[in-house]
Every structure is written in C-alpha cells, then in structure tokens.
Design a binder for this molecule. Sequence first.
Ligand code: PLP
Length: 399
Amino acid sequence: MYPFEYNELKTKFVVTYFIQMKFNTKTIHGGQEHDKAYGSVTAPIYQTTTYAQSTPGDHKGYGYSRTHNPTRNAVENAFASIENGKYGLAFGSGVAAIDAILKLLKPGDEVISTSDLYGGTYRLFTKIYEAFGVKFHFIGMDNAENIESYINNNTKLIWVETPTNPILKIIDIKAVSKVTKRHNVLLAVDNTFATPYLQRPLDLGADIVMHSATKYLGGHSDVVMGALVVKDKGLADKLYFIQNASGAICGPQDSFLVLRGIKTLHVRMQRHCENGKAVAEYLANHPKVENVYWPGFESHPNHNIAKSQMDDYGGVLSFSTMGNDYNTAIKIVENLKLFTLAESLGGVESLSGHPASMSHASIPKEEREKIGIIDSLIRLSVGIEDIDDLINDLKQALG
Ligand SMILES: *Cc1c(COP(=O)(O)O)cnc(C)c1O
C-alpha cells in the first residue's frame, strides 16, 4: 500500500484513497486530491486568514490560517509523500524549519552537528540557541563512530547535512542512524542539496528530514520556504504544536509555487545531474583547474558512500584553480555570463559563487582553509540550460 497517513488534525481536506506510487508519480500526485468545491485539478490558493463557522467551533476543519490552511496543507502532504514520510510541515524559510526542530530542546540539552554546514544553520545554533543554554559540538562525521565519544545523557539531537556545502563531503546517514538509535537520540538530516530524488533520509534511519524548499523543491528561485517531514506521530504532534505556537508559517501563494515546483522535481533533477556531471568532467580536464569537488568522481574520498546512499550526484559542485589566487577566482566569476554570480542554488538557472568572499566570508581565513574553503574555490549550481552553452561559458571565463 502507498504508505501515507494523516494526522487527524489534517484529515478534513486530504486524499481518501490509497494508491501505490513511484517517485516520479508522487511528485505530481503525492498527497494531493482534486479540490472538493469545484474539482480544480491544481490546489487552489486559499488566500484567507479565517473560515466561516455555522455555530461556535463548527467549521470545515479550518479555523485560522496560522493553524491550518488548505493550500499549505497540500504542500505539506506533498513534502511527506516525496520523502517517504507521513507528516509534512511547511515554514516561512529553511531556517524557520530548523528553528522549529531546535524548539524541541531545552536548556542543558546538547546537539552534535557536522562541522561543515550551511552558514545560516551555524548562525542559528551558535548565535541564538547557545544563548538559551543549548550546547553544540561541531565534529567531522566522515567516520560515524566519532559521534560516540561526544554522546552523553544530555545529548538530544544529531544534525547532519549531506552533501556538505561547499566541499561536497558525504556523511553516511545509515551509519549515523545506527549510533543515534543505540543512544535513543533524534537524527535530523538537512536534505536540501540532494532532494528526495537522490536521497531519502527517513528510509536510511533519520527521524526528521529538513529542506530549504527555497532551493531545488521550489526550483525557480522565486520563493523562500522550509520543510520538515517525519514518520512518528508523537514527534509530528510536537512539531505541529511548535509550528502553530511559534507561527513561522508560509503563505498560500508560496505554498502554491512550491507545489508547482515539486511537480517537475524529477525531470529537473535528472537534467541537473546530467549537466553537473558534464561540467565536473570538463573542469577536471581543464589545465587551469586544480581540484573539482564532485561526489561522482571515483577519486572523491566519500564516493562509495555517495554511490550507496544517493541515486545520482546532483547539480552542485565546487572547483579551485591552479595557484590558489584570490583575484583569479574573482575574475572568473565576474567573467561568467550564463552562470549568474549570486547566493543560493537549486534553481533552473545556473549560478556561481565565491565562498571565501560571499557565503563563508564571516569565517576567519585560517578556520575557512581548515575546512577546505580556500581563496580560489568557486561553487557552481549547475542549472538545466543547454550543456554546450554552459561549457562554452566556462571555457571563455577560464580563458
Ligand atoms: C539555503 C539553505 C538553508 C536555509 O534555508 P532558507 O530557505 O534560506 O532559510 C539551509 N540549509 C541548506 C543546505 C541551504 O542550502
């Protein structure tokens, strides 16, 4: 049977049939049903704050839009479906989704996180939650057994991001989940880079999967949103309570846009992966390029884990140029025409970034270089344009 259940809070507007679906069908139909009012094939945008009641408390399942909104519920069901989970939650941004997870904790609790992680996540952990008395350990998780020595009675959460940004390291989710299960600690995985097209953390033993839907799920660089998906009802109820109590929800227009984005996730990802591979191979053979960070290469230190836990290697990669010169890297990103120099990733259009001066500029140079973010490092989010045009653009910019 198609493994999809609903929290009873959400049963008023959701599918009543169960059907087995593969991933490429779930992106289009997962958790969706035609609108009950007029049969609209796409989820209508319910741009409303409130819902009429016939007598106090008697409504059609929706009382107030912070708590529930039919368009948001539709995208939440889609999140749950594509991640092989049961309960989905949508937030106003990726960091708002992470914030909701951290609100499961209390002062004195400890978190163990991958050291190589999204800057906004690091900022939330260290600048907001440390002040509330939560303790964080940032460690290398290339070997999952490393985690063991940091676990104590206060440890409540392990935070994993894989592939990592911008060095594209791969963490073995299954191996980490064996450790978290042994110690009864929650495992959350940021699946933004891989998307469920490539990697399904809940199937690998994670308790919570998180997304910046701003990236590949939305896919068109036009909406900021976050997502969480879980399987356990008790955990889902706690997170729904936090979502409503803290209120970092997303609006119905944005919910509609991400629903529309998800419908083409599988075809976009297929092309992102093809183009990513072609760009990685082109750069690896370029005389001015020193290193290419892409988990699809057999020489990548975590290639075997990538091969076993991912279905392909995605559209994000980084490279460094010979001589590690700051100004050369700046010149290249300025010269690129199709690869727009911009923050973010995962949209249909190709983007470039210079981590040392952009996303990771706040990390001191020495610290930065320890994790591999050298001055000549350039990150690419390879889009779905014609590959010949993308290669030509790189050729002229490197020339
Ligand atoms: C962008 C990003 C986030 C934060 O998401 P926002 O939607 O920008 O709040 C978290 N994790 C990763 C890996 C990201 O790329």
